[in-house]
Each structure stands twice: as C-alpha cells, then as structure tokens.
Design a protein around this ligand. Sequence first.
Ligand code: ADP
Ligand code: MG
Length: 633
Amino acid sequence: MKETIKPQKFKFKAEVSQLLEILTHSLYTHRDVFIRELISNAADALDKVRFMEVRGDTISDPDLALEIRIDIDKEAGILTISDTGVGMTRDELTGNIGTIARSGTSEFVKQMAEGGEQAVNLIGRFGVGFYSVFMAAQEVEITTKSATPEEPAWVWISDGRGSYQIREAAEKTGRGTRIRVILREDTKEFAEEFRVKSTIEKYSSFVPFPIFIGKEQVNKIQAIWREPRSKVKKDQYHEFFKFIAHQSDDPMTWLHFSADVPLQFHALLFVPKTNFELMGFGREDDGIHLFVRRVLIDAHSKDVLPAYLRFMRGVLESDDLPLNISRETLQENPYMMKIRAAIVKKLLSHLEEFAEKEPEEYKKFWRAHGRILKEGYNDFQHKDQIAETFRFNSSKCRDADELVSLKTYVERMPEKQGEIVFLSGPSREALEANPAVEIFRVKDIEVLYCYDPIDEFVLPGLITYRDKQILSADQVDLKKLADIPVRDGDQKEAETGPDKKDLEKLARRMKDILGERVESVRLSERLIGSPAMLVGASDAMSAQMEKIMQMMNKDAKPSAKILEINPGHGMIRNLLTLYEKNPADLLLTKLVEGLYTSVLLLDGSAEHPEAMAASIQALIGETARLVLDEKTE
Ligand code: ADP
Ligand code: MG
C-alpha cells in the first residue's frame, strides 16, 4: 500500500493532555461510558448527513444506509465502531478532535481531577466525550471520510499520550467514520459481546439509527415523544431524559403532549434536577432537540422556548415546519411562534400544578431554576402565569427556608392592605433588622424578602399581581396604612415625647452636620423600635432604578437620601437634650456622625467598610476624650 502523504504529528493542546491524563490514570469506574460517547458521536454524525440530504446537498456515497456497526475482535482485543455519518475533512479532524472549544469544560476537568469519578458520567455534556475512549484504549485509530464529495479519507492515530498523527488513508473507504479501539489488558472486557450489548442497552437504547453487532440489530428505535402518553412508562421517560440531556439523574418532572389542529406537534419537555448553568458550567448544552418530519434540525434549538426556560431539555417535533428552514428564520417563523406560545402556556400550567401537588419538590425546583425562570417577568404575553410560578421568602415565613407564592401572599393580606410589599437585602437577618420593615410588622403586613439582586427588577417589573400594585417597602405611602390596625401587643410607643417643634430644630441641626450627604432630615412616621433610617427622596429615582444605574455605570454617585429620625426613641431624645444645652456641642456633632454611619450600614449602602470602621473608631476615641475633658473641666 502506498501512502500519498507522509504522516504528520501534532501535539494535543495542554488542556486536552490534562484531561487525558486524568481519564487514563485516575478513573477506574464508569469506563463503559466511552461506548456511549462513541455511539452518540456516530448518531450525531448520522443526524448531520440526514439533514444535508433533506436540504438537498450533494453528498458522497448517497446510497449508504444510515447506521452504526460494531465489530468485536475478542482475540485481538479490538472494538470497532463505524458509522455512515458526515465524517470529517482533514481540517475538521484537527479542529474537532485535539482541542477543547467549549466554555465550562475546564470547570468540569477540575471537578474530575478532584476525584469526581461520578463526573465522568457527565462527560458528554462538555464537548469532550470522544476522549473518554482513552479510559479503555491503549491506542485509537480513526478512519474518516467526509460527506463532502471528492474529499479523501484520513487516518488519525493516537495512544493518548501527548500527541496524535494524521495521514491520508491508503485504502479506499466509504463515507463515514470508523473508530478502532485497541483495548488495554485491563479493559479487555469490552471485547466481550455481552458486555458491549448490555452497555448499549443501558445507555444507548434511544439512538435513532440502527446499531448492529454482526448481523443483529441491538437497539429498538423509539421516538417516545410521538407515542401516546399512556403507552410510555416512567422508566422510559427517565432513560430518555438521561440520554438526550447527557445527565445521570432522573428528571424532576416532565410534560408530554401532542397537538393536531390548528397546530401539529409533539412535545416532550423535562425539568432536570440540576441547573448546570447556575453551577458555573456555561450554557453550551442549552436548547431543545427540534425535529421536522423525523429529521433532527437542531439538537440545541434556542427557538422552541424563551430564554427564561432554557433549563428545560427535551424534544419538539412538528411536521408543519419547513424542512429546509434556516436557524435564523426559525425564530421569526409565524408557525413556530404559535407553537412556542402554546408550549409555554402548557409548561407554565404544568409547573403550577406541580407546585400544588408536590410543594416540597417544587421548592427544590425553585431553588435549582428559579433564578432563571424569574427572567421571565418581562414576557408580557405570559406575565400572569409566570407570576404564579414565583416564590419568595417573607416576614411571615418561619425561617429563611420557607417560601411563599404571590397567591398565598394576596390571600392572607389584611383587608385594608392595598399593595404587595417587598424589600430587598442580603439576608433574612439583614431584612429583619431593617427599620423599614418595622411599621409593616406592627400592622401585620407581610413583606416579601428578596435576597437576589434580580428581584429588584422582577417584582417592580411585574407592576401588578391580581390588580395589586407591587411596591418596595420604602415606596409605600404611609398615609394609606393609617387605617390598618396595629397588631395586638405591638402598640406603638405612647406619643408623649418631646415637642415636635423642638425635634424639628434638632432635625435642622442634624442636616447642617451631615451636609450634602443627606437630602434632608425629618421626623419619621414609620419607625417603631429603631432610632433612624434612610429613605429614598420622593422625587429622586427609585432605589431600584438607582441600583440599575450603578450597575451600568460604576462611577454613578448614589443620590442623597432622606434621614428619618424616630421622635419616640430614647436616643433621639438624648440628642435633643444635648442640642438644647448647646446646639454647637462637639459631642452632638460626633454622635450624629456616628448615627449616620450606623444607618448607612443598615441600609446596605456601606460601600467602604474599612472607612466606616475607621470613622466609628475615631468617633469612640473623640467621644471618650470629650467626656473626659468635660469631667476634668
Ligand atoms: P461533542 O460530541 O460534544 O461535540 P466529542 O468530544 O464527543 O464532543 O466530539 C468532538 C467532535 O468530533 C464532534 O463534535 C464531531 O465534530 C467530531 N466527531 C466525533 N466523532 C465523530 C464521528 N463519528 N463522525 C463525525 N464527526 C465526529
Ligand atoms: Mg460527543
């Protein structure tokens, strides 16, 4: 045999070498995963030729049947997996095998390096499934011929130790890819037919092309999404989910339904237990498998569901979409838009039902995916339904773990309460200590506690829920609360405090001391137990808008807020006494500064904790000195 071109040697990229090192030397379980990964690649390659065919592309060897063949040479310890798929050109070979292109993969490699034997089971999610072959192989030989006509066939050989070789194939081959796995002594089990068969049953029973071992087809082709629901068993749903989502857990819940008129489609959509995006693994695996007349048009279609449902996995098949539709026009396709609206509606009601039937499971769902689902607040078409799926912690929950729906919130609103009230802050402790909550607590008004910065957009973004306005606690008009009775045992302190006029003088002096840092200082109507708090100036931007501005522009200065002081609070009365003795008292100045600093901390506006600590310490020092000076005078 004559070789037309000399073999060329290439080094694996550093991150590939690192991955291979782990795969070959430290993983001893889940080795059978490599068979699943090679078959899955073969199936992807077959999907791609089928797609080229229906698009009308000219392809090489158009008469070849679309199938996967497995040959076992027990004596030699060689397992060969062949497909008649798209194959690879020389550039594709070097580009697709030998590099890692996806984001999230390095995080995955790190997890495996840290002893994640389980992690290897997820390898297919990270665009590096092929390399799993080196868990079993001492050498791998790929022979591949592209579906692009006139392309020669290529041979790729590697022992997985740092480099690989590519040469033009000497012998003539047909379209597709053949992967010869020369097994190691300790992995010879994979040259046993029963072992290979059982692996295929375990992982690859949903591969949509025939898999042959010798003459025998070892898989049934099951498009379960086209079956009636009553015919599909729970286990089949579980297995199918694991197959298409490349995950090892069962799904949390799923929705399977078909429609005929006026829209024709089959949908099978799963909610996974884990949200890989939120775990920092990137979004590469996003999307739904979209089939048109049995042809896989896109394995990661982003057009089937809106972005806020991107944690879903599954299949949509419709015979009424054009086969040659491009991914660009799909999004705008009116038929697709109608299907999408129908699916979203169904899916959101499914989630509502799920929440009702299995509240504990729904909590897990919300913890896993709520962060992304919340992005749906601005989908006006489904706003009402989306709001039903939201959950928050609140002042009426026993602990930070309990969640409340907007529906429950509204149902237990006191009769005269007009609005839905929320407040955001870093934690339950922080919000419980926030003076802005006090007035609501004594009036028995529930406050939704929002710990996620996105809630600041989500809740005001909904604007209303069941005709109730949604307002941040500092935006609620306190006059409207006047009619709501105070909760038993929580009587506001008797208003026999100092004269209002005197207090107003103190407030003016405090404004002098604080200068530009506050918009004004005024007597509070809302404070119960706390001496003071900051509220947004009514004509200024809402606190939420302000945060948006600051996110967009780091240099944007927060606008000055109003300092409210509690006329009934002992500390304020003491300050008044100091003021009345001597309005220019230096101690008074220092104490007002200190009060302001503490209030900033409570407000969560403490941008420079080190500066604040320094100012508190300076205050302690100077106060002590002032008191001592007074005593020695
Ligand atoms: P992924 O399948 O997630 O892309 P893999 O590491 O399994 O990651 O495969 C890398 C790439 O190698 C594939 O995307 C594909 O382009 C190519 N490839 C692997 N196996 C085959 C095959 N049997 N036929 C054609 N191309 C293949
Ligand atoms: Mg793969």
